[in-house]
Design a protein around this ligand. Structure first.
Ligand SMILES: [Zn+2]
Ligand SMILES: [Zn+2]
Length: 61
């Protein structure tokens, strides 16, 4: 299952979800990881609707 989101710090999102304020990492600390950030290298397509596909042969110089 690939439903777990991993932060750039290497910890899952669950670690960033705590009773404290904010979404800093519970293991790294707010100094290293102030907030949950999804790893860009994750093998998951952008689901934000932002598709930056290169135009094939369009405006080619
Ligand atoms: Zn983190
Ligand atoms: Zn962490």
């Amino acid at each position: 299952m690939t439903g777990e989101k991993i932060c750039v710090c290497g910890h899952p999102e669950a670690v960033h979800r705590h009773f404290r304020r904010g979404s800093d990492c519970g293991s790294c600390g707010a100094q290293k990881c102030p907030r949950f950030r999804r790893d860009k290298q994750a093998s998951q397509p952008a689901e934000t609707g932002q598709t930056t596909l290169p135009a094939p042969g369009n405006g080619r110089r």
